[in-house]
Design a protein around this ligand. Structure first.
Ligand SMILES: O=P(O)(O)OC[C@H]1O[C@H](OP(=O)(O)OP(=O)(O)O)[C@H](O)[C@@H]1O
Ligand SMILES: O=c1cc[nH]c(=O)[nH]1
Ligand SMILES: [Mg+2]
Length: 212
């Protein structure tokens, strides 16, 4: 997996405020949204475009527009929903599919409880959004699901990643001929004994939407 840690003072500033345990849910949601916009700029560097010519008021100009089929954005519920609006603001013509997944907090295995995606993703470029890459079990299962439906190019955007999760992804997709990219605002130190990212930001879903 090709990993990009976005190093930018505004990203670092917003991420620091996001990590702060005193940050309330409304502020957390706003910061997550703003961070996605900054990450999406880097994450869409490989978005497929096609050449076009337009007429300016002065002359013809060569340019590009997004190629069809348009990209698919897939938030992993629940926490990934906090990154959806920021992504579609930058890619307004993208379609949106949904994957509901929850990590069993005892086994740390990901369980899928909802899927709402096109059956055929052949030739589709997909952007998966989920704030946390911890053990990597959730993201690996999500990408397997997308590959099974034919997706041929996947970029994951997350706010925080753990080295263990990246290693898991590299192992799970070793030898895959389909590109997988990860764009993250930070690579943290490690996981703790409960599978939480350290220093992390706690449970992203709970901080966005409240404890369930
Ligand atoms: O890399 P992993 O070890 O699989 O963990 C990461 C997953 O955990 C969190 O979701 P969670 O299961 O808490 O669900 P939620 O979004 O409903 O809170 C997070 O949003 C990821 O989906
Ligand atoms: O640190 C973590 C790990 C998994 N899921 C979260 O929300 N936070
Ligand atoms: Mg959670």
């Amino acid at each position: 997996m090709e990993t990009l840690v976005v190093e930018h003072p505004l990203v670092a500033h917003k991420l620091t405020a996001l990590r702060d345990a005193r940050t309330d849910s409304p502020t957390f949601r706003r910061l997550a949204d703003e961070l996605v916009t900054l990450l999406a700029y880097e994450a869409t560097r490989h978005v497929r475009v096609t050449g076009v010519t337009v007429e300016t008021p002065v002359a013809k100009a060569k340019g590009v527009r997004l190629a069809q089929p348009y990209p698919l954005v897939v938030p992993i519920l629940r926490a990934g929903l906090g990154m959806l609006d920021g992504m579609t603001r930058l890619l307004p013509t993208a379609e949106v599919g949904f994957l509901g997944m929850i990590r069993n907090e005892e086994t740390l295995k990901a369980e899928t409880y909802a899927t709402r995606l096109p059956d055929d993703l052949s030739g589709r470029q997909v952007y998966v959004v989920d704030p946390m890459l911890a053990t990597g079990g959730t993201l690996a299962a999500a990408i397997r699901f997308l590959f099974d439906r034919g997706a041929d190019d996947v970029t994951a955007l997350c706010l925080l990643a753990a080295p263990e999760g990246i290693a898991h992804m590299d192992e799970a997709f070793a030898g895959s001929d389909r590109p997988i990219r990860l764009v993250t605002a930070a690579l943290d130190e490690r996981l703790n004994e409960h599978g939480y990212i350290v220093p992390g930001l706690g449970d992203a879903g709970d901080r966005l939407y409240g404890v369930v």
